[in-house]
Design a binder for this molecule. Structure first.
Ligand code: ADP
Ligand code: ADP
Ligand code: ZN
Length: 214
């Protein structure tokens, strides 16, 4: 099952992608996590990506497309995967489709997690992220057992640099301009499905499982 998560920054794509990955036994591929790991490790890619990320802008397509195309061609992706944060532009979606066509494959579902802009800023200011394993929490809605420590792996949680309200506003504008057109793109391919992301995490997941099946 090849799944794409769509939705505004903070809609809950990563949270749901992790749950899908666990339940269906397919890899969770998050381009944001890949960039953050590169930044943490001080790689050239990380240095380049950070200048865009800190401004709330998208990293240029040429820095992200090859990375994902190589990743989905790996053996553990044969049964499927859940892509989180990619594609984010029409050229990225087209590049993915072309690469999948070469592998004799295609996207099965594009899951749009709908959350209005009004809800996003508060969600983001409470977000805490684990850079070691990619888990995400919320100080009010999805707290950890021990404050500031990842339940999954025990690492220290961070407040992302790009989750400041000014940067979140910029990211929302970028989302509407560059990423939202993907909703039409995948509607035309008959693979778009939508869930109400304002419900609690378990309810959203139940709605997704209902669509994906057992
Ligand atoms: P969010 O969880 O808020 O949706 P991500 O963790 O997916 O954010 O991405 C964080 C940042 O990384 C983005 O704001 C963007 O700068 C960069 N990024 C991640 N994925 C992509 C992509 N597919 N194309 C361009 N930039 C990306
Ligand atoms: P995205 O990957 O779309 O940027 P995340 O999965 O990181 O979004 O979620 C953004 C923030 O909202 C995190 O702090 C997360 O813990 C929290 N969150 C995720 N799903 C829900 C939900 N259904 N209700 C309330 N908060 C949520
Ligand atoms: Zn962790």
């Amino acid at each position: 099952m090849k799944i794409i998560m769509l939705g505004a920054p903070g809609a809950g794509k990563g949270t749901q992608a992790k749950m899908i990955s666990d339940k269906y036994g397919i890899p969770h591929i998050s381009t944001g996590d890949i960039f953050r790991a590169n930044i943490k490790n001080g790689t050239e890619l990380g240095k380049k990506a950070k200048t865009y990320m800190d401004q709330g802008l998208l990293v240029p397509d040429e820095l992200v497309v090859d990375l994902v195309v190589d990743r989905v061609a790996q053996d553990d992706c044969e049964k499927g995967y859940v892509l989180d944060g990619f594609p984010r532009t029409i050229p990225q979606a087209e590049a993915l489709d072309a690469a999948l066509a070469k592998l004799g494959s295609k996207v099965d579902y594009a899951v749009n997690v709908e959350v209005p802009d009004e809800n996003i800023i508060t969600r983001m200011s409470g977000r805490r992220a684990c850079v070691s394993c990619g888990a995400t929490y919320h100080i009010v809605h999805i707290p950890t057992k021990v404050e500031g420590i990842c339940d999954r792996c025990g690492a220290k949680l961070i407040l992302r640099d790009d989750d400041k309200p000014e940067t979140v506003k910029k990211r929302l504008a970028v989302y509407h301009e560059q990423t939202q057109p993907l909703i039409d793109y995948y509607t035309k391919q008959n693979v778009l499905v939508e869930v109400d992301g304002t419900k609690d995490m378990e309810e959203v997941f139940a709605a997704i499982c209902n669509i994906l099946g057992e």
